[in-house]
Write a protein that binds this ligand. Structure first.
Ligand code: TXA
Ligand code: MG
Length: 310
């Protein structure tokens, strides 16, 4: 994709003045502001209607920029050099003299950080002299945005500028791992746990118990398209939208395919846009075929489960 320098400059001008803009990342679009500016971070929470105690992820260009704000450890270095830039977010301890706005993490002593891979996001981050706080660019609890039109649908003119970056290549949010003590997955995402395990070569905790919530992204009723969803469905009525993992021979108007041949990467990429497409059509229910629970299928099933708690 060709990057328009004029757009990067416009983005920087707005961000320098503590405005919020939408930026593309390879996972989903983000609603970004200067992470060192109280004013910018306050605006993000207001725009997103996000509760103050739900912290933001801060986006960096590289490790040397991060060193000013966080305490790094061995596990972090291993994962950073293997997967970054990419779809993984680390929870680390904040340095005492960090300049991160206290609004980002509600005055707590830890910070979630990530290094997006999208070339437009990287070009922008390299050009700025501060990192960007950015939650996903969707209204609180709803489906994330994977292209600029999705952001427009959710926020209209409330956002001053959307930096164009095409469709997000991964289409699901980053995997969040807490590295402050023993590595612990807080949210399934675009990077499979098995790949993380191979690099760290030790046990990784993953608690999928909604009663013990450490990242609000683990809340039930999240990622919701605002329609009732039934999972593992084999037969549907014509008035229900039916999401299938791969194309079938006898196609019906209410069938929506996540992938041509059952490829889970392709399915992940198409999940949120399929939700949005169905929501814009006349359907009042969504039924979903069983999705294989392996690799990215685990993340897809996690999002489907949360979306189905309608
Ligand atoms: O792929 C992504 O991660 C996207 C793109 C834009 O980078 N961002 C994203 O942000 O999904 P958001 O705000 O929609 O989700 C971030 C999740 C929230 O569930 C939040 O509670 C959790 O990360 N989180 C943020 N800071 C945390 C912290 N210090 N400790 C634990 N969880 C944290
Ligand atoms: Mg989100």
């Amino acid at each position: 994709m060709k990057i328009k320098v004029a757009n990067i400059k416009k983005a920087k001008n707005l961000l320098d003045k503590s405005n919020c803009i939408a930026i593309p990342t390879e996972t989903v679009y983000g609603l970004a502001g200067n992470a060192y500016s109280n004013r910018a971070c306050k605006k993000i929470f207001e725009l997103k209607k996000r509760p103050k105690n739900n912290p933001l992820i801060v986006h960096y260009y590289n490790i040397s920029q991060l060193k000013a704000d966080c305490i790094l450890n061995k596990d972090f270095f291993k994962l950073y050099y293997k997967f970054c830039p990419g779809p993984i977010t680390f929870v680390l301890k904040l340095k005492k003299n960090s300049k991160i706005s206290k609004i980002v993490n509600n005055n707590k002593k830890d910070l979630a950080v990530r290094f997006p891979k999208h070339p437009v996001a990287r070009k922008l981050l390299k050009y700025l002299n501060y990192p960007l706080a950015a939650p996903s660019a969707n209204l609180s609890k709803k489906v994330s945005a994977v292209k600029s039109e999705d952001v427009k649908d959710d926020f209209g003119k409330k956002i001053k500028f959307i930096l164009e970056g095409g469709t997000s290549s991964i289409g699901l949010e980053s995997t969040i791992i807490d590295l402050r003590k023993r590595p612990k997955i807080l949210r399934l995402g675009g990077l499979e746990i098995s790949k993380i395990k191979d690099v760290l070569n030790k046990k990784i905790l993953y608690e999928n118990n909604p009663r013990k919530i450490s990242a609000p992204g683990q809340f039930k009723l999240h990622y919701s398209p605002d329609l009732p969803i039934k999972l593992n469905v084999k037969k549907v009525k014509n008035y229900e939208a039916y999401i299938l993992i791969k194309k079938v021979r006898r196609i019906k108007p209410n069938y929506f395919f996540l992938s041509k041949n059952g490829n889970l990467k392709e399915a992940a990429k198409n999940l949120y846009s399929t939700f949005r497409k169905i929501k814009k059509s006349q359907y009042k229910f969504i039924s979903v075929e069983r999705i294989p629970n392996k690799g990215l299928g685990k993340t897809i099933n996690d999002r489907l489960k949360r979306a189905s708690k309608f």
